[in-house]
Design a protein around this ligand. Sequence first.
Ligand SMILES: *[C@@H]1O[C@H](CO)[C@@H](O)[C@H](O)[C@H]1NC(C)=O
Ligand SMILES: *[C@@H]1O[C@H](CO)[C@@H](O)[C@H](O)[C@H]1NC(C)=O
Ligand SMILES: *[C@@H]1O[C@H](CO)[C@@H](O)[C@H](O)[C@H]1NC(C)=O
Ligand SMILES: *[C@@H]1O[C@H](CO)[C@@H](O)[C@H](O)[C@H]1NC(C)=O
Ligand SMILES: *[C@@H]1O[C@H](CO)[C@@H](O)[C@H](O)[C@H]1NC(C)=O
Length: 345
Amino acid sequence: MASRVLFLFLSFVCHVVTAGRTCPKPDQLPFATVVPLKDVYDPGETIVYSCKPGYVSRGGMRRFTCPLTGLWPINTLKCTPRVCPFAGILENGIVRYTTFEYPNTISFSCNTGYMLNGTDNAKCTEEGVWSPAIPVCSPVTCPFPPIPNFATLSDYKPRPGNNSFYRDKAVFKCLPKYAMFGNDTITCTAHGNWTELPECRDVKCPFPKRPENGYVNHPAKVALSYKDQAKYGCHDTYVLDGPDEVECTKFGNWSAQPSCKASCKLSVKKATVLFNGEKVKLQEKFKNGMLHGEKVSFFCKNKEQKCSYTVDAQCIDGTFEVPKCFKEHSSLAFWKTDASDIKPC
Ligand SMILES: *[C@@H]1O[C@H](CO)[C@@H](O)[C@H](O)[C@H]1NC(C)=O
Ligand SMILES: *[C@@H]1O[C@H](CO)[C@@H](O)[C@H](O)[C@H]1NC(C)=O
Ligand SMILES: *[C@@H]1O[C@H](CO)[C@@H](O)[C@H](O)[C@H]1NC(C)=O
Ligand SMILES: *[C@@H]1O[C@H](CO)[C@@H](O)[C@H](O)[C@H]1NC(C)=O
Ligand SMILES: *[C@@H]1O[C@H](CO)[C@@H](O)[C@H](O)[C@H]1NC(C)=O
């Protein structure tokens, strides 16, 4: 009995050695490894196919034994990449991606006014998780605004946490007598800083000069500053050219330099003229002379066509020129028709 068993065993071994064929190097499968990998396998030797890190197959690994035929069995192993969790949406930002599979990388950016809290890209790892973790887009914040010298905040509403978001504004006011240079409004930028601060400067104006034939009143102070005012006036028969009140500007000069202009004596005894659209007698209307700047229109004759036309004349600082075409009639020449009574041309 024992000898029979021994015989069978020996003949089996004999058979394997003589009739058994070796197996060749196994086929390469995508994303899979074979262990052990050799060029030749004896019948009975075992190999294991498994997916490379980052890849998985349904049913897990495959184990095969080299058969006596020397032909490896058909291998149904199919390794597919691991898929990371969906990451196609980033609130207040965008995600750039092709797929969410191993070993791809996706990248992130935030909308203007938001900044990335985290890294701008993440890789789908062998374990099927994103690394580093998906970032978030947090609103940009600006700190409590810096306040320029000699200024106060006139309009500012901080957010909770005492800071500001992108596009929030703060408005400054200079202390009295200080002049603002630059924009009074600053804005929280997308970089998390504020736009350029304005400056408040102490501005002085020289004392205003007294006009000839007039006077100027100003506050009795050691120096005159921004927004201080001065009042001008003229002596009798003189007229102020310019506003009667001026102000010290932020440039350190006065808003205007009024002067006093002389009125005009009339060189005509008798004339009917147009003044503010009405016919008036010059000698009556301007008994006390014409003031600087006042303007009238004289009537002149066109002899050929027997009609009248008007020519303007203005009192300018004591000078009043009567138009040359104007003919003054002697009061004795009563039969002559005045130009103002002739039909207009
Ligand atoms: C960034 O995110 C972390 C964790 O989510 C949070 O603790 C931190 O306050 C955030 N930083 C900013 C500046 O938003
Ligand atoms: C906000 O910050 C400013 C400047 O740092 C400080 O003067 C002010 O008291 C703070 N306000 C609050 C409510 O914390
Ligand atoms: C001041 O800034 C605001 C907003 O930042 C802008 O709208 C405005 O035009 C600026 N004003 C001047 C005078 O530059
Ligand atoms: C704000 O920050 C940006 C970027 O760092 C810089 O280019 C810019 O000059 C800064 N603006 C001001 C007003 O400081
Ligand atoms: C005051 O000075 C500014 C800047 O130099 C100039 O632009 C302006 O014309 C001056 N004003 C007067 C009334 O002279």
